[in-house]
Design a protein around this ligand. Structure first.
Ligand SMILES: Cc1ncc(C[n+]2csc(CCOP(=O)(O)OP(=O)(O)O)c2C)c(N)n1
Ligand SMILES: [Mg+2]
Length: 375
């Protein structure tokens, strides 16, 4: 079915917004925050840089350097707002599209490339970065996050300003998975300090939000017994404010919280997908007017919080990042196939050693043997 221009371009009366698509600052009775010009410039820079990294990832896939790419285009505010709301000791569990949150956790975008080139599962240490590895199995990370958050609670790590919180990222389609339901039940009855952060980007590959729910997703929280908030997912200030509030609730022992970041997937689901097969371009055009970066740029200019020199320097940083990513990607070594024997088990066993030796003997039988080399 091709969907028409749907009501889902509007978030409704409950939508928390602090910066309109036109770049006007508006106020909210519950979730207002003040940011300095420097902070807002920082959020702008984050969004521009991660969008640029995302576009480069897409281009690298098109040029055969990556097997697949998962674009975040359009979801920069939802991710940077939530990522920048986290304190250093908070923990995040992503799905596979959270390049912006990874950025906020200090993970260099080069570390994501191996996942989509098929050479590793992510090269960062999840505990050190306080950012778990990407999860492709839809909704599964909500169970992991809930288990982790229950541990935070049982170990007495919640209760005051220094408490810890967990945030879990998933999509609108994921809300139809049993894992997400189970996670919310467990989180609720154990008061787990977990923020369920649903990026409702209106689509689960080709399935529209109408096929996931008859009620706005944030309202489902009441069925589990915790608060649910719908935030303008294209408004980085609102995402920052609501996420900060929700994480603070959790660290003080008042979790869980559900946040529905109402946003839009501007590009294809992945580079393997062609969205023109199932959605009309007028929907995309309507969402382009709500671009998360443009409204911050307009606001910075209107407030005279940024000059041309600043915008030029961000552009130069983005160009440099893109060049660095490209350089890293085209020079990435291809690991030898024997790595499967050394990196699956923590400790070598006699059986695995024997299988490895047999495999290496076999590979050595080829004239242009590839085993053991980087090509
Ligand atoms: C358990 C499981 N079922 C199916 C898939 C295939 N799949 C990959 S992405 C996706 C859609 C997810 O949509 P949503 O949760 O809205 O997240 P989005 O991709 O829009 O960020 C599906 C069904 C999968 N990865 N895991
Ligand atoms: Mg989705």
């Amino acid at each position: 079915m091709i969907a028409g221009l749907r009501a889902t371009t509007e978030g409704g009366a409950d939508l928390v917004q602090l910066l309109t698509p036109e770049g006007e600052r508006v106020h909210h009775p519950d979730f207002d925050i003040e940011v300095t010009p420097e902070e807002l410039r920082g959020l702008y820079r984050d969004m521009v840089l991660i969008r640029r990294a995302d576009r480069e990832g897409n281009a690298l896939q098109r040029q055969g350097q990556l097997g697949i790419w998962v674009p975040l285009l359009g979801q920069e505010a939802a991710q940077i707002g939530a990522g920048r709301a986290m304190k250093p000791h908070d923990m995040a569990f992503p799905s596979y599209r959270e390049h912006g949150v990874a950025w906020c956790r200090g993970i260099d975008p080069t570390e994501i490339l191996g996942i989509f080139r098929g050479t590793d599962h992510g090269s960062w240490d999840p505990l050190a970065a306080r950012f778990h590895l990407y999860t492709i199995v839809i909704g599964n990370q909500c169970l992991n996050a809930t288990g982790y958050a229950m541990g935070q609670r049982f170990q007495g790590k919640v209760g005051d300003d220094d408490g810890e919180a967990t945030i879990c990222f998933f999509g609108d389609g994921a809300t139809s998975q049993g894992d997400v339901h189970e996670a919310m039940v467990w989180a609720s009855v154990y008061d787990a300090p977990v923020v369920f952060y649903c990026q409702n980007n209106q689509w689960a590959i080709s399935e529209p939000i109408e096929r996931q729910t008859r009620v706005p997703l944030y309202q489902r929280a009441s069925g589990y017994g915790f608060p649910g908030i719908r935030v303008d997912g294209n408004d980085v200030l609102a995402c920052l404010a609501v996420s900060r509030w929700a994480l603070d609730e959790c660290r003080h022992g008042n979790g869980p919280v559900l946040i529905e970041a109402f946003t839009y997937r501007m590009d294809a689901h992945t580079t393997s997908d062609d969205p023109t097969r199932y959605r009309l371009s007028d929907e995309l055009e309507a969402w382009k007017l709500k671009d998360p970066i443009e409204r911050v740029r307009v606001h910075l200019v209107k407030q005279q919080w940024a000059d041309q020199e600043f915008f030029d320097s961000v552009q130069a940083d983005a160009d440099e990042l893109a060049a660095r990513l490209r350089d890293f990607c085209v020079n990435m070594p291809t690991p030898g196939p024997e790595r499967i024997f050394s990196e699956v088990y923590a400790q070598e066993s006699p059986q695995v050693r024997a299988q490895r030796d047999e495999f290496l003997d076999y590979m050595a039988g080829f004239a242009d043997a590839h085993a053991g080399g980087e090509h």
